[in-house]
Design a protein around this ligand. Structure first.
Ligand SMILES: *[C@@H]1O[C@H](CO)[C@@H](O)[C@H](O)[C@H]1NC(C)=O
Ligand SMILES: *[C@@H]1O[C@H](CO)[C@@H](O)[C@H](O)[C@H]1NC(C)=O
Ligand SMILES: *[C@@H]1O[C@H](CO)[C@@H](O)[C@H](O)[C@H]1NC(C)=O
Ligand SMILES: *[C@@H]1O[C@H](CO)[C@@H](O)[C@H](O)[C@H]1NC(C)=O
Ligand SMILES: *[C@@H]1O[C@H](CO)[C@@H](O)[C@H](O)[C@H]1NC(C)=O
Ligand SMILES: *[C@@H]1O[C@H](CO)[C@@H](O)[C@H](O)[C@H]1NC(C)=O
Ligand SMILES: *[C@@H]1O[C@H](CO)[C@@H](O)[C@H](O)[C@H]1NC(C)=O
Ligand SMILES: *[C@@H]1O[C@H](CO)[C@@H](O)[C@H](O)[C@H]1NC(C)=O
Ligand SMILES: *[C@@H]1O[C@H](CO)[C@@H](O)[C@H](O)[C@H]1NC(C)=O
Ligand SMILES: *[C@@H]1O[C@H](CO)[C@@H](O)[C@H](O)[C@H]1NC(C)=O
Length: 377
């Protein structure tokens, strides 16, 4: 039964919601603990509702064929969340998203032998299983820490001509910004942390928001975008700079292939992640060539959707992006310079960059002891 949409399934990559300050060591990206805020949960729940109206409403032009919409059939869904780095921020975010995607419903009930009907707690709350991707057991969603070759790549970027030039451009601004930064380093290598501090304070601290010149947060964001785009991309697709997405590719291929063949019930695959893999994905697919504005830190609760459609010459993949809560719609992005490609082309183009196992990651990173690499020595 083929409907008008022809949509066979969707792979979603979603960023977590608003959180408290997040410090990352500029040389290793080793993280410090942080926490999701109630605002972050609301952003994620709103994202879930948006995705529900886009993919789970039979009246939507992008309704997923055959998906059960009200009481979730969990065999059709696969959900993973990065449990590294930001503490529980990403795991808690995905709960908010799922609450919007499959909200409580009285239909989530059962009638017992004695005739009593019992509705699930909280008005029919739905419990969708989430795989917590633990960094020491599975490198896939957080592959850029404890990776010596990635650290080397970061240092090379910090010593590159474009970086040193941008650092000079940023220097007068950072000097003006310094009084607002507490004792934080204004070394340009620290630009992510500078931006993050300014962004978090601008959202949560009324005194700070009143005192900072209105154009400062925007400028800090622009410099941080340059910084993070350099760290999480690479001149060559299979370079270590793209590692954040390269380790996610196998799960994307596998999900799309299951949806394409109908070999299993899977219709919707969701990975909840940090901002880093987005940058690498836009670099790997050439999407940032057509849309240079996306090269940087996507907003909280952003989402990328890889949509799989039935097509005469085999299923096709297209990519869309919604930049956080203030962005009201998904926007088409290019894949390798095209609006869509066949699934075979998609896999063929990205497979050479895929890091398919922990062992391959250990080799790519030159990591010999941590993250399960010791067993391969
Ligand atoms: C239980 O769910 C069914 C749909 O499966 C619905 O028709 C019915 O109204 C629900 N019962 C209650 C008590 O909400
Ligand atoms: C039916 O069984 C449920 C669960 O054991 C119980 O809560 C409920 O009171 C029973 N209803 C009747 C009418 O006995
Ligand atoms: C900055 O450093 C000085 C001296 O080390 C210290 O007294 C002060 O409390 C620090 N300020 C902040 C905001 O951390
Ligand atoms: C900025 O940080 C880098 C990396 O830690 C360091 O090599 C460099 O010396 C620092 N620059 C200044 C001016 O402190
Ligand atoms: C809020 O911002 C003001 C002004 O920058 C600062 O003095 C204060 O410490 C900040 N409060 C918190 C809780 O960070
Ligand atoms: C990926 O980013 C690097 C900069 O880090 C750039 O040199 C390269 O051209 C980009 N690749 C594509 C396909 O846009
Ligand atoms: C969910 O879908 C599977 C087929 O994929 C089916 O076997 C199962 O009965 C469904 N579960 C419910 C609760 O409807
Ligand atoms: C994403 O949203 C943020 C916040 O609204 C905005 O500053 C940024 O320019 C947007 N980026 C893109 C690529 O749309
Ligand atoms: C990783 O898997 C893809 C297929 O998904 C394959 O094409 C590629 O060769 C594999 N990479 C390595 C290094 O084995
Ligand atoms: C891998 O790391 C070791 C140190 O742990 C170093 O001696 C070696 O040169 C590195 N190999 C490569 C290929 O970078």
């Amino acid at each position: 039964m083929v409907s008008a949409s022809g949509l066979l399934g969707v792979v979603l990559l979603a960023r977590h919601g608003d959180r408290l300050e997040f410090f990352q060591d500029p040389l290793t990206y080793n993280p410090a603990l942080t926490f999701l805020t109630p605002l972050g949960s609301v952003q994620e729940q709103q994202l879930g509702s948006f995705l529900r109206s886009t993919y789970l409403d039979p009246a939507s032009p992008t309704f997923i064929e055959g998906i059960i919409t009200d009481v979730a059939n969990i065999t059709q869904l696969e959900v993973r969340a990065d449990a590294a780095g930001e503490g529980s921020v990403i795991l808690n975010s995905v709960q908010g998203l799922l609450q919007g995607l499959f909200p409580p419903t009285k239909d989530n009930n059962i009638t017992l032998a004695n005739g009593t009907t019992v509705v699930a707690p909280l008005g029919g709350y739905q419990y969708i299983p989430v795989e917590s991707v633990e960094p020491n057991l599975d490198i896939s969603l957080n592959s850029f820490t404890s990776c010596p070759n990635f650290d080397k790549h970061i240092l090379e970027f910090y010593n590159s001509a474009p970086f040193l030039k941008e650092a000079q451009v940023a220097a007068p601004f950072l000097q003006e910004l310094q009084p607002f930064l507490g004792n934080r380093s204004t070394n340009f290598t620290n630009m992510f942390n500078i931006f993050d501090f300014v962004n978090v304070q601008s959202i949560h601290n009324a005194t700070f928001l009143k005192s900072i010149p209105p154009n400062f947060p925007k400028q800090a964001y622009a410099f941080a975008n340059f910084h993070e785009n350099g760290v999480f991309t690479d001149a060559v697709s299979n370079g270590i700079g793209n590692i954040a997405m390269r380790t996610i590719l196998p799960s994307v291929f596998s999900a799309l292939q299951q949806m394409a063949t109908g070999s299993g019930p899977l219709k919707l695959f969701l990975s909840e992640i940090s901002y880093k893999p987005f940058i690498s994905l836009f670099n790997l697919t050439g999407a940032a060539v057509a849309d240079p504005g996306i090269a940087g830190i996507v907003d909280y609760a952003s989402v990328v959707a890889l949509e799989l459609r039935a097509g005469a010459g085999g299923p096709t993949v297209s990519m869309r992006f919604k930049n956080g809560t203030t962005d009201g719609a998904l926007h088409d992005l290019q894949l390798f310079g095209a609006d869509s490609v066949t699934l075979d082309q998609f896999v063929a183009a990205l497979a050479p960059s895929a890091v398919n196992s922990t062992q391959e990651w250990c080799t790519a990173c030159n990591q010999t002891s941590l993250r399960g690499c010791a067993v391969f020595q």
